[in-house]
Design a protein around this ligand. Structure first.
Ligand code: AR6
Length: 330
């Protein structure tokens, strides 16, 4: 089940469990910790008092009291000390421990803040990357819906270099699309068409004689091509839809309906999950009635990653998010 990156106040999330970015005492503090305790009421602190604290890189669970969420999972992330003190492993540990607790308590939907990325000073882009890596790995093996709740806009600014690269790529594509060169090409094509012999009519073998005949020549559908490519890649259905960040129910719909028309983000998510080269990704999109458009930032970003054979859907979604686009899959 998918990972969603959302901008929200975590205390309002209607999920089974929200995760708190706590400290080792588990006795409250500022930031998201303070907000959660205020919203849950004093009973939360009373329960926390009985837990005997929690080590960095680990997590403990309590009830949610006045929160919409049934549980609070208190995770303790590391204080950033420059990166050479095992911070990444400790942060990854805090996410993993929280996910395991959620699983053990039957949670189907969990919301995380960006642990350590506030008072603890962990650089936001690295904190986001670690969160996405660990949650992504976990979701490949388990059915759960995970929300990564980001409070402030700056947290989305992904690694500076990647961001600048994509921005330049988008600019280039826009420039290409809006220069006269295209108009010139169009004029030349029209001139050529004027000189070309007339198009063949019903005598041509490739032109169907009747509508029935035309409909009888239906090509392979999106669903058929998708299932064929899954087999060719030696993937299982579950591996494919999980990698595409697509819900199992949606996948079964596509599987059972040969003529299912997916949305463009869904079709693109499958192209990424199947790790298709750009020409095959275009072909799959076409089956769903779409094309990569250079008039859309969304399309340009996805194309940018596919062209570089970077098929990490979570990295693509980080980039889409950074440019205020909707996400793939999910
Ligand atoms: N909803 C979602 N995210 C939030 C919210 C909210 N309501 N409020 C803040 N954030 P921090 P840490 C984001 O400082 O770095 C506490 O005092 C915030 O923008 O809450 O792990 C504890 O008791 C940031 O991106 O946690 C510890 O002593 C992220 O949540 C210490 O701070 C985490 O920021 C833990 O520091």
């Amino acid at each position: 089940m998918p990972l969603h990156i959302v901008r929200n106040d975590i205390t309002t999330m209607k999920v089974d469990a929200i995760v708190n970015a706590a400290n080792e005492s588990l006795l409250g503090g500022g930031g998201v910790d303070g907000a959660i305790h205020r919203a849950a009421g004093p009973e939360l602190l009373a329960e926390c008092r009985g837990l005997g604290g929690c080590k960095t890189g680990q997590a403990k669970i309590t009830r949610g009291y006045r929160l919409p969420a049934k549980y609070v999972i208190h995770a303790v992330g590391p204080v950033w000390q420059g990166g050479g003190h095992g911070e990444r492993e400790l942060l990854a540990g805090a996410y993993r421990a929280s996910l395991e607790l959620a699983l053990a308590n039957g949670c189907q939907a969990v919301a995380f803040p960006l642990i350590s990325a506030g008072a603890y000073g962990y650089p936001k882009d690295r904190a986001l990357k670690t969160a996405v890596d660990v949650i992504g790995d976990f979701l490949l093996a388990h059915d759960m819906t995970v929300y990564l709740v980001i409070f402030d806009r700056a947290a989305f600014s992904i690694g500076e270099k990647l961001f600048a690269d994509i921005a330049a790529y988008i600019d280039d594509r826009y420039v290409e699309e809006h220069t006269d060169r295209r108009e010139e090409q169009y004029r030349r094509a029209m001139a050529f068409a004027a000189e070309a012999p007339p198009l063949c009519t019903s005598a041509c073998p490739s032109v169907p004689g009747s509508l029935d005949e035309a409909l009888g020549r239906l090509d392979e559908s999106f669903s058929q091509m998708l299932l064929r490519k899954i087999d060719e890649k030696g993937m299982t259905d579950a591996q494919c839809y999980k990698k595409a960040n697509i819900d199992r129910k949606l996948f079964s719909k596509i599987r059972s309906d040969t003529h299912y028309r997916p949305s463009k983000p869904t079709a693109m998510a499958f192209a990424v999950a199947l790790e298709l080269p750009l020409d095959e990704a275009r072909e799959l999109l076409e089956k769903a009635g779409f094309a990569f458009s250079h008039a859309s930032k969304f399309d340009i970003i996805v194309e940018y990653f596919i062209a570089r054979r970077n098929y990490d859907i979570f990295a693509i979604n980080e980039a889409l998010f950074a440019f205020d686009q909707s996400l793939l899959g999910g």
